[in-house]
Design a protein around this ligand. Structure first.
Ligand code: ZN
Length: 292
């Protein structure tokens, strides 16, 4: 069976009030990278953070993190573009990645493009109240075309991030326009708990995504659940030929007693092996996704 690409989503913008193991500094991220790689992860997805956990979008911080990670590990590098913390000028979100790509030592292997805009309220069902009701994550089609062009020029593989079927259709549009090449790498970004923007992190939520993934396109799909337990879907994903994007950045995992990222990756590997899949190495991922 096809090897499974295991991406570690180690921190996102998670604070430490639930799970204290979330890495923030460059040294913590590099140490985590080496450990998750050892347990079977092949891609590191990370967000630069300040020492007190705030979002950090400086080129210098990404430069430092990537160099420190690569000094300890051969894991593939997939930084964020900064999400809503980096939206003063949406088009500029890609600038750090483009600058990092100029030096082979800091060139990211993959970079994400969220192929649509999203309302990002937090719904507190008990109180019947929506917090952050005015918050929006804006990705105009013009910005998406700009990101895709820049990544293509820089030789960085795009990860198409789909929050719902409309996002998938827009990702396919970018492929039809020749801006993103096969094999595509697509993340089904499901959301649970108080985040209601994505498909729920259930088998039905995943299957609804898969129904709209055309079979005549060469696309490797992976999945995460922001605010929910992805381990519960591991068996289904493994058997359906998908890949996984797993980490305590998305969810603190009280079911596993608030583990570190490496413990969570170990648990994921155990689950996918029982479904007959082995985790891919970084070299195998380079081959599968045709990374440059
Ligand atoms: Zn992220």
């Amino acid at each position: 069976m096809k090897k499974l690409i295991l991406e570690a989503r180690i921190n996102e913008y998670a604070m430490r009030d639930h799970n204290p193991n979330v890495p923030w500094t460059a040294d913590e991220i590099a140490e985590t990278a080496a450990r998750v790689r050892q347990e079977g992860a092949s891609i590191l997805h990370f967000h630069a953070r300040t020492v007190d956990g705030q979002p950090l979008n400086t080129l210098a911080s990404y430069d430092e993190i990537i160099r420190k990670v690569r000094a300890k590990s051969d894991i593939l590098i997939l930084p964020t573009l900064g999400f809503i913390s980096n939206d003063a000028d949406a088009k500029k979100r890609i600038d750090n990645v483009v600058a990092l790509a100029r030096d082979p030592a800091t060139k990211p292997d993959i970079a994400p493009i969220d192929t649509g805009s999203a309302n990002l309220e937090i719904f507190n069902k008990e109180l019947g109240h929506a917090e952050f009701a005015g918050r929006i994550y804006e990705n105009t089609t013009e910005s998406l075309i700009h990101y895709a062009r820049q990544l293509k020029q820089a030789g960085v593989k795009p990860k198409m991030v789909s929050w719902s079927v409309g996002f998938t259709r827009r990702a396919l549009m970018l492929m039809d326009m020749g801006l993103i090449e096969e094999p595509g790498y697509m993340l089904f970004h499901m959301t649970d708990g108080r985040v209601i923007t994505g498909h729920p992190g259930t088998v039905a939520g995943l299957e609804a995504h898969l129904m709209f993934l055309p079979r005549d396109r060469q696309i490797e799909w992976t999945a995460n659940v922001l605010g929910g337990n992805l381990i519960a879907l591991a068996d289904t994903i493994a058997r359906r030929g998908g890949h996984m994007a797993m980490g305590i950045g998305d969810y603190p995992y009280p079911e596993l007693d608030y583990p570190t990222n490496e413990v969570l990756i170990r648990e994921t590997v155990r689950t996918i092996r029982s479904a007959g899949r082995e985790p891919a190495t970084p070299d195998e991922v380079r081959e599968m996704l045709k990374l440059s």
